[in-house]
Design a binder for this molecule. Structure first.
Ligand SMILES: *Cc1c(COP(=O)(O)O)cnc(C)c1O
Length: 393
């Protein structure tokens, strides 16, 4: 028996649910790339993206996924042979660093693990030891989607400043922009990048990079620049230069609608919504975890992200549970990845989601725990409902 027919629930941490209005905005014929609507959309997106990153700097739009955004960020500010410090806190900063290594920069990793946030004191210590300022840039993710940790970017900036180190601070906000506060200028972030398909509620295929004046100064002497990613080329007057070729028209119309939705809700409100739905999820997981078969991957509560929750299943492979949810309930959860493969699952609460969607996912998980006889504390969904009932007025 299955009860999966009906609206499917995609509860993976990207791509995320796309609002119907965003889908509808893309349902239109192709248009001329040199006139009319296309020019207006480009202009307003290039005006609004810096507002989302909270910077007075400039933003660039690439027809690319997040990995393309990584390459764009690195190639515009670095030169072959320079050293970059990667702050490990899961998988994604390491992946970004690995890309840099292949491009020809030296990668130095500040060791971390998949259950903890980056320790700002350790960052200060490592940078203090770099007396000749070999390190030119620091790579960190705000939310690591694999571990579900959130890093304190403002505290990392303070750590860098405490030892007066001049390295650029480069932040991956793919899984956090639109989901929690990000203050590029106020936090002293020099380069920030994101993708369309997570908190920004748009199909995969667009990457964004924002740069401040320090990043643009580094750009002047970067020798990893290539034509497609190059900021200077994209700053040119001709419209096709903004995209290094044909604009990804339909994705841009979708993004326009998604940013309208986000700006109408307000960034602060969206962050609060994510915080509430994340905490509701954590209340449920905490209740289930009482029986010992499930646990939070992230050890310290204050380091748990508001866009995704990684749940460890220490003594069993979660695959049967994921299969049950997919085939019997129509709910797709995220797998554990990296060193958590076969030992964890991930619940997304990112982007276009509301309380009933969250209850739907949590209710199905609890149903799966019952069906598969996985030991769990009862009343997880109840705890989530009660939490939101107390908080939302
Ligand atoms: C999803 C993600 C990426 C990679 O994005 P792709 O579009 O899959 O290339 C990078 N960083 C973080 C934090 C992510 O969550």
């Amino acid at each position: 028996m299955t009860v999966a027919n009906g609206r499917g629930f995609l509860s993976i941490p990207g791509p995320t649910n796309i609002p119907d209005a965003v889908l509808a905005a893309m349902h239109r014929p192709a248009i001329d790339i040199y006139s009319g609507d296309m020019l207006g959309v480009t202009r307003t997106l290039l005006e609004d993206l810096p507002k989302i990153f909270r910077t007075s700097g400039r933003a660039y739009i690439y027809a690319a996924n997040g990995h393309g955004g990584w390459e764009a960020a690195l190639s515009n500010v670095l030169s072959r042979g320079e050293t970059v410090l990667v702050l490990e806190s899961g998988l994604f900063a390491l992946g970004w660093g690995e890309m840099g290594r292949i491009m020809g920069v030296k990668i130095d990793v500040l060791k971390g693990d998949s259950r903890r946030a980056v320790d700002p004191a350790a960052v200060a210590q490592r940078l203090a030891a770099d007396t000749t300022h070999e390190i030119k840039a620091i790579l960190v993710v705000q939310i690591d989607t694999a571990s579900s940790v959130v890093n304190d970017i403002a505290a990392i900036r303070r750590a860098i400043d405490s030892v007066k180190h001049p390295a650029l601070l480069m932040v991956d906000c793919v899984a956090s922009l639109g989901c929690m506060p990000f203050e590029m200028d106020a936090w002293g972030v020099d380069v920030a990048m994101a993708g369309s398909q997570k908190g920004l509620m748009t199909p995969p295929g667009l990457a964004f990079v924002a740069a401040n004046a320090r990043a643009r100064a580094a750009h002047q002497k970067a020798d990893l620049r290539t034509r497609y990613w190059d900021w200077t080329f994209r700053d040119g007057e001709a419209h096709y230069q903004k995209y290094g070729g044909t604009p990804p028209e339909h994705l841009l119309f979708g993004l326009r609608k998604a940013l309208d939705i986000l700006m109408e809700e307000g960034l602060e409100h969206a962050a609060r919504r994510h915080a509430l739905l994340a905490e509701a999820t954590r209340r449920a997981v905490a209740r289930w975890a009482e029986a010992g078969a499930l646990a939070f991957n992230i050890i310290r509560p204050e380091e748990r992200a508001n866009s995704v929750t990684n749940v460890l299943t220490p003594d069993r492979n979660p695959q049967p549970l994921l299969d049950y949810l997919r085939h019997k309930c129509g709910v797709v959860l995220g797998l554990g990845i990296g060193d958590l493969t076969g030992r964890a699952f991930r619940i997304a609460h990112m982007g276009h989601i509301n309380a009933p969607m969250m209850f739907g996912t949590l209710g199905a998980i609890e149903m799966g725990l019952v069906a598969l006889d996985i030991p769990h504390g009862a009343g997880g969904v109840q705890a989530a409902v009660e939490y939101l009932g107390r908080e939302v007025h």
